[in-house]
Ligand binder design. Sequence first.
Ligand code: NAP
Length: 312
Amino acid sequence: MSLPRRRLGASNREVSVLGLGCASYWAHPRFPESRARAVLASALEAGITLYDTGASYGDGLGERRLGSFLRQLDAEIDSLLIATKAGTVRAGNCKLIKDFSPRSIVAQVDNSLERLRLERIGLLQLHGPEVDDLTDELCRVLEKLRDSGKVELLGVNGFAPSIEHAIGHAPFDVLMPFLSVVEPGNVGLAQRASAAGQGVLAAGPLARMSFHPPLKNWLTRPAGLWYLARALYNGPDTFLRARRLKPALQAPGWTPAQLAIAWALEQPGVTAAVFGTTRPEHVRELSQVASRPLPDAVRQRIAQLHAGQRRN
Ligand SMILES: NC(=O)c1ccc[n+]([C@@H]2O[C@H](COP(=O)([O-])OP(=O)(O)OC[C@H]3O[C@@H](n4cnc5c(N)ncnc54)[C@H](OP(=O)(O)O)[C@@H]3O)[C@@H](O)[C@H]2O)c1
């Protein structure tokens, strides 16, 4: 099967409009290997060519799983873009800390290459840096990593203000902001980054399903309990915003998740939406709408609700 593809900014790489996030519970040690592999297999079968993980996901398990499953599944690795993130590391006291020092980033890239079993990382993203972390010295080291062939493309995954600061900023080819129908604040950023020649990956495009909380699933499955705990940890804001959007995300022949993905994919400047799942059937469900335009009535209802939220 093939999915529509889009060029990643001004780079010479094309990716499928859907990317699989090899993160969250997929990268958790409690998620069985066989099920994690089945999700990846379904994504390869659906024609997904973008796989996004991070060194800190599952303390390296996300990268290890992705690297070994791609081989077990005989994937054509050269036709895929494998993305990972550096800068979030486990400190001696077991806490996750940020370390964007050039020396540490170079060492982290070597560790990621080993866990992913790759000679080159398709896209290396800085994982949640602050503006002050984006120093000239770090940028020079990133360029050297690219020149050495260990990394192909460079990017920033994070929040304002650093992700705003990275718009049009060399050497970053790609930005990965949070962007979903529930959290549309980065729609303008996607447009500006794209105009500056950068690819834009929408992270969390389902807003963790906050607009349609699958309470039954959350309460009856280990994966569900994990997502519920994270949602509670993140606070109620997303859920309160999402509650107002719920009536808009309904249309015959569509699931709410499909509508949320179709909305993300039609935002100007967005190259691909990177979603997470623990179920092969959800990969298939979302792949079905990768080239389907959002129904006009849904687009209008969402636009009205967003306008109302901006006024309040
Ligand atoms: N969230 C973060 O903090 C964060 C930060 C940086 C980058 N990112 C990137 O963004 C990617 C996605 O983030 P995410 O996984 O946190 O959020 P997400 O993709 O917005 O939502 C994942 C949730 O959606 C559910 N889901 C997926 N497909 C579904 C469908 N068709 N129907 C109903 N429910 C569905 C999943 O449950 P099931 O398992 O039941 O499908 C899971 O609970 C990550 O993998 C990562 O690469 C995320």
